[in-house]
Design a protein around this ligand. Structure first.
Ligand code: UDP
Length: 476
């Protein structure tokens, strides 16, 4: 009889760090039902109800346990959300150790898979004789850069942005220093030091990295990452994607339903969907230019509008935005003038349902990796408008590498002007160049679906991993 294989997974803190690793776990047990996953969850304060809801929908071979919550008062005041997540994991380590010890005393655990924000937890893998893995929810291309960063750091004395030539690393599209991770913009910052440390710890702590990407989309970086001679001392890399959510949680709210029924009335492939992810924000000046560019393009659009921020393009991640109605920040008369062409929806929309709607013909996106994969899975070409984190690297991959996206030119003052916006929108939605991108995206969509089939590249990779674990269990 097939022996049960037990593994543990540790997400980061909060709903958006729980969902990706659960989606991976679901795919794993769906293909390999003899695997049993225990999800051990660090929390800050009491767990959000959205996390509890999603945990109730899991199959019986995935169970979960919450670690005792870290209290907000236990953390220093004024930390960014990222540092809060990191510190919560650090504070939870003794409880995690206890939990692993207690599980391991009952059933041997074969592997420990952790979120990027919980890499510290991998220190325990050796003690409990487990293989150690990072679930990497973004592009293989950025993983290749993370492995390369310590070398680049050693060899470069200036700011990366001042490098005269694009940086070339094996298998990746050459990248200008200004397009690297946001944290690499200031090499003296805490954020950069943390990033560098994290990159170094990958090789020290992990036996493998499971990447949410697939061979056919990122052939160059994946080949480079998996080739024997280039790996020397680095963890094995397993492309297991694309893994996306099948529905968005908010699809039944009034705004969501209204925009889906508006889409029902539009022509096939006629609407541009505009969204900057779960927390991306624009300045007031940029909102004005985007609105006027959409108007000027004369194309149909569905725009998820968020209140502006002058300080940071990731503002809405780190704090619930104020209660102000985002629509009041649109240029005067815009809604009235565009009411026949466009729909505007405040703050949040059911993205998966929107992208799967036949009326959608393009996606103006901030290039968060989930949005990218969701667009690929639904065959929707992109206008790439990166804001922060690794999004510029994704934009380069999409526009220069895969040729499934158009990247608008940013003016020296950091603003994309209305004429440029209107130009790229028209180009994507009605010109020959847009048609080519659409065809390339269709091919990529097919490749994505193939990667997930029974004999597809990602399914085979997942099986390879499961086989490795099975052999270990049978040997012991
Ligand atoms: N999302 C959504 N509705 C919105 C904005 C975002 O459903 O109005 C979902 C989207 O489908 C994706 C996730 O939120 O799954 C955003 O992840 P991504 O990696 O694209 O960007 P991030 O929010 O991490 O910057």
């Amino acid at each position: 009889m097939e022996k049960t294989i037990h593994i543990a997974v540790v997400p980061g803190v909060g709903y958006s760090h729980l969902v990706p690793i659960l989606e991976f776990s679901k795919l794993l047990v769906q293909h390999h039902p003899y695997i049993h996953v225990t999800c051990i969850i660090p929390t800050l304060g009491s767990p959000p109800s959205s996390s509890k809801t999603i945990l109730q929908t899991l199959p019986s071979n995935i169970n979960h346990t919450f670690l005792p919550p870290v209290q907000p008062n236990d953390l220093p005041q004024g930390l960014s959300l990222q540092m809060k997540i990191q510190r919560t994991v650090t504070h939870s380590l003794p409880y995690l150790h206890q939990a692993l010890k207690s599980f391991a005393s009952r059933t041997p655990l074969v592997a420990l898979v952790v979120d990027l924000f919980a890499v510290e937890a991998l220190h325990f893998a050796k003690e409990f004789n487990m293989l150690s893995y990072i679930y990497y929810p973004v592009a293989a291309n950025t993983l290749a850069w993370k492995f390369y960063l310590p070398k680049l750091d050693e060899e470069t004395s200036c700011k990366y942005i001042d490098l005269p030539e694009p940086i070339k690393i094996p298998g990746c599209v050459p990248l200008h220093g200004r397009d690297l991770f946001t944290a690499a913009g200031d090499r003296s910052s805490q954020a950069y030091k943390h990033l560098l440390q994290l990159c170094k710890s990958f090789s020290l702590l992990a036996d493998g990295v499971l990447v949410n990407s697939f061979l056919e989309m990122e052939m160059g970086p994946i080949k480079a990452l998996t080739e024997e001679e280039s790996r020397k001392g680095k963890p094995s890399v397993y492309p297991v994607g694309p893994i996306i959510q099948t529905v968005t949680s908010s699809c039944d709210d009034a705004n969501g339903l209204e925009c889906l029924s508006w889409l029902d009335k539009q022509q096939p492939c006629s609407v541009l969907y505009v969204s900057f992810g779960s927390g991306g924000t624009l300045s007031q000046e940029q909102i004005d230019e985007l609105a006027l560019g959409l108007e000027l393009s004369n194309q149909r659009f569905l725009w998820v509008v968020r209140a502006p921020s002058s300080s940071s393009s990731s503002t809405a991640y780190f704090s619930a935005q104020n209660d102000l109605d985002p629509l009041q920040f649109l240029p005067s008369g815009f809604l009235e003038r565009t009411k026949e062409k466009g729909m505007v929806i405040p703050s949040w929309a059911p993205q998966i349902q929107i992208l799967s709607h036949g009326s959608i013909g393009g996606f103006l996106s901030h290039c968060g990796w989930n949005s990218v994969l969701e667009s690929v899975m639904h065959g929707v070409p992109l206008i790439t408008w990166p804001l922060f984190a690794e999004q510029r690297m994704n934009a380069v991959l999409l526009s220069e590498g895969l040729k499934v996206g158009l990247r608008p030119r940013v003016h020296e003052n950091g603003i994309v002007g209305r004429v440029e916006i209107s130009h790229v929108i028209k180009c994507l939605m009605e010109e020959e160049e847009g048609e080519k991108l659409r065809n390339n995206m269709k091919e990529l969509k097919e490749a994505a679906n193939s990667a997930l089939k029974e004999d597809g590249s990602s399914t085979k990779t997942l099986s390879q991993l499961a086989l490795k674990w099975r052999n270990l269990v049978h040997e012991n």
